[in-house]
Design a binder for this molecule. Structure first.
Ligand SMILES: Cc1cc2nc3c(=O)[nH]c(=O)nc-3n(C[C@H](O)[C@H](O)[C@H](O)COP(=O)(O)OP(=O)(O)OC[C@H]3O[C@@H](n4cnc5c(N)ncnc54)[C@H](O)[C@@H]3O)c2cc1C
Length: 426
């Protein structure tokens, strides 16, 4: 019998397994895919490392930055945009970056007004010192609708929020935006740096995931999707899709929130936890990479009512640039250069798309979404229940983290908590 069975070999699962090992017990990781990393995926595109999932990091992310430094990885600062574009009311406007920044900064300040008062302790969202009830009950669209914005501010804020949320503004909760702002020292620039397009890791995310797994020193059963977890007295029985039963004393389940409903838990979870699983999260968006020609300067763009709310230059190779773009719905993206040209042309009319790379995380059965952005009512109704162990099973993942929920940092935070709890059980 294994001491602790960890389901999932993303950052949460590997961090949980390492905690188990550090406590002197033996973990086993069971993973559905043929690789570790989960929603991070260091890949190769024409000889260059690029990330199909999680990509950008910041020293404001305490768990992630500690691992990056401990692994001896090299943070890279990506190109600073020189020129900006905004698509507002169906019309494209070119601008210099200062003008562009002034519009988004003004809109962002209105959205996040009083963030110090509302969320003084963003790493502890349920602290009584926080005053989150009103924003927790609203969507991003409802929050934006109550602000006094110019049409330009409205358009760029929609693009920024839907890009950051990886979901629809009328589905995703308003509080997450303020939470990122608070976690980043109540500052827009740091929020943009932390969440997209600024600081990446030269060795790739695998560069600081692999050392965590190495320290866990455990077996990883790849290509082994699980179907059920049954608690039976002082043990848990994990049944794989192929019918194999694997027995352990406790289980740490790091499966993404939007996938948990596919697993049969016996006995079933508490009503509160089941309600949280049924609500899921609203991060169903896209991240796509475009190789383009015809842009003579590095760029950034925010776009309203567009498959991608936010674009920025990732690599600048002179006559060719690679842009990364974030959108609100993975189903909007087509693996079709003509489509890509048309949509990119609405934002950068002079650009020619030569290649497109995209992974559909929404359709990916082991993710069913990108990063977690919670729907209204999450903190009031579900957050605490999701972290509560039940019997010999605990959930852990970025999607239910306290601080950087939805990010690698949150995966590490939650995975460590889950691993420590599991290792402490008899
Ligand atoms: C496109 C994209 C861009 C992102 N950008 C950033 C970023 O820039 N910075 C950042 O910090 N974060 C970013 N994120 C979010 C970040 O990648 C995730 O929040 C984090 O990696 C999640 O880690 P996790 O371990 O909680 O979950 P996962 O990484 O999803 O790991 C869960 C594991 O469980 C496995 N699993 C699922 N079902 C089963 C099953 N039935 N049986 C066995 N195993 C199963 C999965 O295959 C997976 O490996 C991004 C995510 C995406 C998709």
């Amino acid at each position: 019998m294994h001491d602790v069975i960890v389901i999932g070999a993303g950052f949460a699962g590997c961090a949980a397994a390492r905690e188990v090992r550090r406590a002197g017990k033996t973990p086993l990781i069971i993973e559905a895919r043929d690789r570790i990393g989960g929603r991070t995926w260091t890949a190769d595109w024409d000889g260059r490392i690029y990330e199909r999932g999680g990509n950008f990091f910041h020293w404001f992310q305490p768990h992630a930055w500690t691992e990056i430094m401990a692994a001896g990885c090299t943070p890279m600062v990506l190109p600073t945009p020189v020129r900006a574009s905004r698509l507002v009311g169906g019309e494209v406007h070119a601008a210099d970056v200062d003008e562009h920044d002034a519009i988004i900064e003004s809109a962002w300040a209105k959205y996040n007004a009083d963030s110090w008062r509302i969320l003084p302790l963003p790493h502890d969202p349920l602290s009584p010192l926080n005053d989150i009830t009103r924003l927790d009950g609203m969507t991003i669209a409802e929050r934006i609708a109550e602000l006094d914005l110019t049409p330009d501010e409205h358009g760029v804020l929609m693009g920024e929020c839907e890009g950051l949320a990886s979901g629809y503004a009328d589905d995703a909760g308003a509080l997450s935006v303020l939470r990122w702002h608070a976690l980043c020292g109540h500052n827009l620039l740091s929020t943009q740096q932390a969440s997209g397009g600024d600081i990446a890791i030269a060795e790739g995310t695998i560069g600081f995931l692999q050392p965590i797994l190495d320290e866990a020193a455990c077996d990883v059963a790849l290509e082994t999707p699980i179907a059920a977890i049954e608690q039976d007295g002082d043990r848990v029985v994990v049944t794989t899709r192929s019918g194999e039963a694997i027995v352990g004393r406790t289980a740490v389940v790091t499966i993404p929130l939007n996938v948990l409903g596919d697993i049969a838990f016996e006995p079933g979870f508490s009503e509160a936890k089941q309600a949280g699983i049924a609500q899921g999260h609203a991060g169903i968006g896209s991240k796509a990479m475009f190789k383009v020609r015809g842009l003579d300067e590095t760029v950034v763009a925010l776009a309203e009512d567009h498959p991608f709310g936010w674009f920025t230059t990732l690599f600048d190779d002179g006559d060719e640039q690679t842009l990364v773009a974030f959108g609100r719905d993975g189903a909007d993206v087509r693996d079709d250069l003509e489509w890509a040209q048309r949509e990119l042309g609405r934002v950068f009319p002079e650009a020619t798309v030569v290649e497109l790379s995209y992974h559909d995380w929404k359709a990916d059965e082991f993710a069913q979404g990108t990063w977690a952005i919670h729907r209204p009512g999450w903190y009031a109704n579900h957050h605490a229940a999701m972290q509560e162990p039940e019997g010999r099973v605990i959930l852990a993942s970025a999607d239910i983290a306290d601080g950087w929920a939805g990010f690698v940092d949150g995966a590490l935070e939650s995975g460590k908590r889950g691993g420590r709890w599991a290792a402490a059980q008899d």
